[in-house]
Design a protein around this ligand. Sequence first.
Ligand SMILES: CC(C)(COP(=O)(O)OP(=O)(O)OC[C@H]1O[C@@H](n2cnc3c(N)ncnc32)[C@H](O)[C@@H]1OP(=O)(O)O)[C@@H](O)C(=O)NCCC(=O)NCCS
Length: 177
Amino acid sequence: MPPLVRAIEPRDLPAIREELHRHWHSTEIWSLGHRHCADRLPGFVAEVDGVFAGLVTLHLDEGAWQCEVVTLSSRQTHAGIGSALLRAAEGFARTHGCRRIYLTTTNDNTHAIRFYQRREWRFSALHQGIVDRVRALVPDLPLLGFDGIQVHDELEFELWLVDTGASHDTTRRDSIA
Ligand SMILES: CC(C)(COP(=O)(O)OP(=O)(O)OC[C@H]1O[C@@H](n2cnc3c(N)ncnc32)[C@H](O)[C@@H]1OP(=O)(O)O)[C@@H](O)C(=O)NCCC(=O)NCCS
């Protein structure tokens, strides 16, 4: 059964807090050196048969020219929930007139790195050592992540929602340097 995706409502708060703790051990999420109280952010929940099945939380940058996906998670993987939530996030950004939607994931999260690229998001930056700098402030941030990989960096992914005018046709050029 496909998930139902709807905007977060006040009654979702307990499930949202549980979901954030399940994956991030806190409702405070650090990304790009900023601390988000993710349980207060707008976003969407997914439900399957009326039961909470996933969450995406979003932050509009000042002026709403771009939107950040702060967290994305699903309770039941490989059932289309993450994709449905990511589409809802993209719709939210378009509705708010954003030109770009972006997110970061940590260097250990090879599954997410694959997932976003499969959905045509592009790698846009490496924030080397940024998690180490946050860990200096928040010592209980775990060092070991997925597959026993040490977590040090954030990888930024983006999707442009407007035509940036960049030409990717290099077939008739001798050099792209
Ligand atoms: C990353 C994450 C959100 C992906 O969510 P998900 O619900 O598994 O995503 P989907 O089910 O939409 O897609 C995953 C794969 O399952 C496939 N799939 C979807 N429905 C399916 C079905 N009915 N049967 C078989 N496969 C299916 C998708 O095609 C996709 O494969 P692809 O990438 O090769 O196309 C999830 O793994 C997660 O919660 N991870 C932990 C938290 C996290 O790391 N979040 C990201 C960092 S912010």
